[in-house]
Design a protein around this ligand. Structure first.
Ligand code: CDP
Length: 232
């Protein structure tokens, strides 16, 4: 049997979990250690949200939102911070992290066409294997055949605290407010009808509440080496 070049040397890794569990840092570092490509799917949902806000398109305007989602050229590029994201050639890496986008993204992410368009892009990116993809529905829906699935979680208090430390300098928000916003977003992501945030039945659950980032990375790299050996 002819193998696609290199396919048997690489696996796909899906890392799902709620906001602030450390997915993006962990996914980026795991990809770095394995020489894989890191794909931040949340950034893609944020990019659609930013574009809709700019165009004055609301979540209720279904045909307009569908048209917008289908028209966007979203590109990802590896960068020092992990990944840069471009919409129709414009670098929007910082803009998609605004509070305005964060407060709205879960509403736009519940839209069927938006999920269909981005899900297709994500599957195409993972076709050649060797990706570490983080999100909410990667192991359960986008890449159900990923060789390694991680569900990374932590208590909501710990997740809010981590996010608070990240953004406290630039954006005025209290820890209590942040905790509530994260809990609200978890609720929306878990309750939506289409591919909600869910722990896939074959995922390894890692609760990072009292683990350091390095411990989480080490655990995932170790699991990936085992899976890689099994896949050969
Ligand atoms: O980094 P943070 O945990 O704040 O969130 P993110 O990964 O940037 O994702 C932002 C939002 O996009 C999530 O709260 C979800 O509503 C949505 N999302 C999704 O629905 N499916 C994914 N695969 C990734 C993100």
């Amino acid at each position: 049997m002819i193998d696609h070049e290199g396919d048997s040397d690489r696996i796909n890794i899906a890392i799902d979990g709620p906001a602030g569990a450390g997915k993006s840092t962990v996914a980026r570092k795991v990809a770095e250690q394995l020489g894989y490509v890191y794909i931040d799917t949340g950034a893609m949902y944020r990019a659609v949200t930013l574009s809709a806000q700019r165009a004055g398109v609301t979540v209720e305007q279904l045909p307009k939102l569908a048209q917008l989602a289908r028209s966007l050229i979203i590109e990802l590029e590896p960068s020092e911070q992990g990944q840069s994201i471009f919409i129709n050639g414009e670098n929007v890496t910082s803009l998609i992290r605004s509070r305005e986008v964060t407060l709205q993204v879960s509403h736009f992410a519940a839209n069927e066409t938006v999920r269909e368009v981005l899900g297709t892009m994500q599957r195409n990116l993972a076709e050649r294997k060797g990706v570490v993809m983080d999100g909410r529905d990667i192991g359960s829906h986008v890449l159900p055949n990923a060789e390694l699935k991680i569900f990374l979680t932590a208590s909501v208090q710990e997740r809010a605290l981590r996010r608070f430390r990240e953004i406290a300098d630039s954006q005025a928000i209290t820890l209590e407010q942040l905790e509530k916003e994260i809990a609200d977003r978890d609720y929306l992501d878990e309750q939506r009808d289409i591919s909600p945030l869910i722990c896939a039945s074959d995922a390894v659950v890692l609760d990072s509440t009292s683990m350091t980032i390095d411990e989480v990375i080490e655990a995932i790299v170790k699991l990936s080496r085992t899976k890689l050996a099994e896949a050969k």
